[in-house]
Design a protein around this ligand. Structure first.
Ligand SMILES: [Zn+2]
Length: 63
């Protein structure tokens, strides 16, 4: 009887972000071009795309 819960909405908003970040992080551990770079923008094209996806997930913007 607690009324509408916002929990599922929060989960939906949070889920893509850590996943996208993990994908980028895993890429940087394997990719010699991205490994050890202080900025994601200094990495290879694939790394920058993964970073861009993470930033999109973080800001909640899809376009
Ligand atoms: Zn890379």
């Amino acid at each position: 009887m607690s009324g509408g819960r916002v929990e599922s909405r929060v989960r939906n908003a949070e889920l893509p972000m850590p996943r996208a970040y993990r994908l980028w992080f895993e890429h940087t551990t394997k990719c010699p071009d991205c490994k050890g770079k202080p900025k994601a923008q200094d990495g290879c094209e694939a790394g920058r795309e993964l970073w861009g996806a993470y930033r999109l997930a973080r800001t909640g913007r899809t376009s």
